[in-house]
Structure formats: C-alpha cells, structure tokens
Design a protein around this ligand. Structure first.
Ligand SMILES: [Zn+2]
Length: 144
C-alpha cells in the first residue's frame, strides 16, 4: 500500500471516530442517518484531489454512503450547504468559507506533498489516535 493510501485510510478512521459516541455511533453530517462509525464514510467538503486540503480535518466530516456517493460534480447543493454548516458549528463560523477560499486559489500542481511529508503526517495522526484510544486501520473494530 502506498503512503498516500495509508494516509487516506488513517485519516478516514480519524474523521469518522472524532465525533462518535461512546457506543461508537456517529451521525451523518448531511442527513439524519446514525450508524456505527465503521459503517460510515469520510466525506470531503472541497474535493480531495487537491492534496493541500485532502487531510485537513476542517475539510472533512463523517457521512453515510448515500450522501457521500454522489459524483463530485453532481453533488446536490443542499449536501454541500449542510456540510458547510456542520463544519462551521464544530470549527467556528467561517471555516467552510475558508476552505472554499483555499480551494478557489489553488492552481495546478500547488499543494503537492512529498512522500516524506505524508509519512510525517501519517505518524502524527497515528500518535494522536493511539493517545485518544481510537481504532487504527487493521485494529479489531467492535461490531455495532
Ligand atoms: Zn447521509
């Protein structure tokens, strides 16, 4: 597995568990569905193709498979609006606008990351998750 794939997995585990209840349940950021975090997905507010925002916690939220299943270009505006509100509620008013701004200013090739940088980020996420008692990819996840 590439460092990038590994980082994607770890980041997704982090985002889905961050707001999970003691029982491991988390609500979709863009609808009323509530499930065990292992049955949810990690949705990105601004497209994850842009590496500068791909592993930024303020640009991601837990989502059910249905809400996160739309093609990026065909994602309904209401889903984007709901995620914007969810992010603002957790990380402060203006967070979604800031993500949009960063994304809007991005140019081709900008925000690329070396493998070493990805490795550092990966290690940081792993350490934080271990410290907070979160499950990492490969850990045995209790069934809901
Ligand atoms: Zn949903």
């Amino acid at each position: 597995m590439s460092v990038k794939d590994n980082l994607d997995q770890v980041f997704s585990h982090y985002v889905r568990q961050l707001y999970a209840s003691h029982a491991g349940r988390v609500r979709c950021s863009t609808c009323v569905v509530s499930r065990h975090w292992s049955e949810m997905t990690c949705g990105h507010f601004m497209k994850r193709g842009f590496l500068m925002l791909r592993w930024v916690v303020e640009n991601a939220a837990p989502q059910c498979g249905v809400c996160n299943g739309h093609e990026e270009a065909q994602r309904p505006a209401r889903i984007e609006d709901k995620m914007a509100k969810w992010l603002d509620a957790r990380y402060g008013e203006g967070t979604a606008a800031r993500m949009r701004e960063i994304f809007g200013q991005a140019t081709e090739g900008q925000g690329s990351m070396s493998e070493d940088e990805m490795r550092l980020l990966l290690r940081a996420f792993r350490e934080k998750m271990r410290a907070e008692g979160m499950a990492l990819p490969g850990d045995c996840v209790p069934l809901p």
